[in-house]
Design a protein around this ligand. Structure first.
Ligand SMILES: [Fe+2]
Length: 298
């Protein structure tokens, strides 16, 4: 980006140094020369009660199947990231169940809000573990920034000036510390090729990328919401979306369409040299019930 443009972006955002810090930081002890193994689950859509169906799928059952597979693939992740739509209707019991299901998977876990979540209820569920909702995680050679793209009461996403300022502050700190950064949010920052869900992409993505492009240590962006696998590179930043632990959306469909692909998760290895190794894993050794004829659930 030209220097004049960078200057314009900085002027457009609240100055990080001119206010108290927006960062809620946690430092996890980890050898800087060691890989950071991350398990990402997303869009768990747990219902009001256990086994409440979503398009005929038992989302508690599918999540447990995904976690069972994850335990075989990566028995001891360093971090678990849950990137939004953790509940389907914002029920407290859904968050408690998620905590119960994941408690033994990983001590260090961090949650994001999605459009289906209820911020206050999620915070209530997180009360006994404030670490769940940190926005600046430092581990080994990496910083993970957790951004809130939820617009309360709306399906689509937006970051807004506060989250953008938070991002800029976080990235300045990690640049100064010589860390690599992975930026996480719920909504997709760029279209994925399906008109119906791309109408819900981050509204202020131009501002988001204007911040990202000021720094060359941002190595990845990671999100949920689209219920499908996405993996490409944008200006040297790895762009990654991950299947839901329940219902999947068909790729490149301009109208709402459910896919019959199985539930899954993503494994990320954040390497000490700033590279990212990552794969999606799906539960293929059993069948799941899903209503493929549905015309929507939002
Ligand atoms: Fe979702």
């Amino acid at each position: 980006m030209p220097r004049s443009q960078r200057f314009a972006v900085r002027l457009a955002l609240p100055r990080a140094g001119a206010m108290s810090s927006l960062l809620d930081t946690i430092v996890i002890e980890h050898d800087i020369g060691q890989t950071v193994n991350v398990l990402q689950i997303t869009d768990t859509h747990l219902g009001l009660e256990p086994s409440t169906p979503l398009l005929s799928m038992d989302t508690d059952d599918s999540l447990l199947a995904v976690l069972g597979l994850a335990a075989k693939v990566l028995p001891e992740p360093d971090l678990l990231l849950a990137t939004g739509d953790l509940s389907d209707q914002g029920a407290l019991d859904a968050y408690f169940r998620l905590r119960d299901y994941t408690r033994s998977v990983c001590q260090h876990q961090f949650w994001l809000l999605g459009n289906h979540d209820h911020a206050e209820t999620l915070r209530k569920a997180a009360d006994s573990n404030k670490n769940l909702i940190r926005n600046d995680i430092r581990v080994g050679a990496w910083q993970i920034v957790m951004l809130n793209s939820q617009i309360p009461g709306q399906v689509g996403g937006r970051l807004g000036p506060r989250q953008l300022a938070l991002l800029e502050e976080a990235l300045q700190v990690s640049a100064d510390a010589g860390l690599y950064s992975l930026v996480c949010l719920h909504h997709q920052p760029e279209p994925v090729g399906s008109a119906w869900i791309d109408a819900q992409a981050v509204l202020d993505a131009d501002e988001l990328f204007a911040v990202i492009e000021q720094f060359d240590h941002v190595k990845g962006m990671l999100w949920g919401h689209v219920h499908q696998e996405v993996d490409y590179v944008r200006d040297q930043v790895r762009m990654l979306a991950t299947p839901s632990t329940c219902v999947q959306f068909a790729r490149h469909s301009d109208e709402f369409k459910v896919d019959d692909l199985p539930p899954g998760f993503r494994l990320l290895q954040l390497m000490p040299d700033g590279s990212i190794n990552t794969q999606v894993h799906r539960v293929t050794d059993r069948a799941f019930s899903v209503d493929l004829s549905s015309s929507g659930y939002l």
